[in-house]
Write a protein that binds this ligand. Sequence first.
Ligand code: 0PR
Length: 372
Amino acid sequence: MKEKIIEELKKARSKDLTFSSGRILGSMCTRPHPIAVKAYRMFIETNLGDPGLFPGTKEIEDRVIKMIGSMLHAPESMGGRMTSGGTESNLTALWISKKMSGKREVIVSESAHFSFVKASSLMGLKIKVLPSKNYVADAEMLRKAISRDTACVVGIAGTTNLGLIDPIEEMGEICEEKDVFFHVDAAFGGFVIPFLQEMGYTKKKFDFEVNGVSSISVDPHKMGMSVIPSGVLLLRKREWLDVISVESACTHTRKQMSLLGTRPGASAAATYAVMKYLGKEGYMDVVKRCMAATAYAEKKLTEEGFELVVKPETNLIGVKVKDAGKIAEKLSAIGWKVGVDEENGFIRIVFMPHVKKRLIGEFVKDFKSVVS
Ligand code: 0PR
């Protein structure tokens, strides 16, 4: 019986693509680091929804929040929670801003992730779209866009489709002046931009260094190389969590301050392990390799006559094509899984750690034959 079940699972699993094939070019996830997998297994039964039973695991979550806080220049007053990923972090940030302000309008830039649409639909919030200039938020339009009903402004550090960084400093200044909650979605960029800054690739600021920034989403299950599900929401002030606090009669800790009830402690352990193991130097190495692959692809693609949508700021590029949807389908048929932005007409490639330089030449050749 046991063998039969395992056989059935193996069969299903064999239909999946794997990150180690190197042919997944449109995902923001990657193969988790082996130490994260080991830690995950050790904590498999733990539940952060009931820290009264798992105080040791709760300590690990607190340490993760502290480590990511220090990576993102959070002040002493900061607090946060591990979440299931960017969607839950973004939703929770909007929830907090709505509760604190009693207002209902959210200003998001054109390139915002669709999780904001979900969050607004759930909470009856009205989305106001901030126009973009060269695919990032147009900060000049923000001052006018903020109204008496604005609960939250959202900026993005590492956009889903092009990996670009919104003008967070300008946006932060305006939000501070207008006293509006400013959430930065760094689900992708949170584990990239700090290392790009360190290596001198960018001077753009995006985290709590910017005064107006109230909260930040960052996903260890993307460039942090942790397991799925691992997200983090950081808040400038710990007590902001109190506004979403709910009494819980059935758990050994009487309060919960998170959307999810039962939460995987294994994700906290995995994230802690990989962050401790890699450290700043380790992540810098990962990011350096991803950026080298990005630059190599940029060179190969332009040599073949392709045109990029914009100069890449992180390890993500957009390549202009006609009929982007069709091209992506054709590439998929020969085993390459790319992202696609049909509205703006481009193919999107994310240079995650599993994307190897040696396969880029082969991909560009196939890409060329598919478009011609
Ligand atoms: N914020 C940003 C900027 C994102 O790019 C994403 C996901 C999220 C929030 C939401 O994060 P979660 O999916 O963790 O809730 N961006 C990618 C997307 O939806 C995620 C992705 C990952 C897509 C793996 C494909 C894939 O194979 O497009």
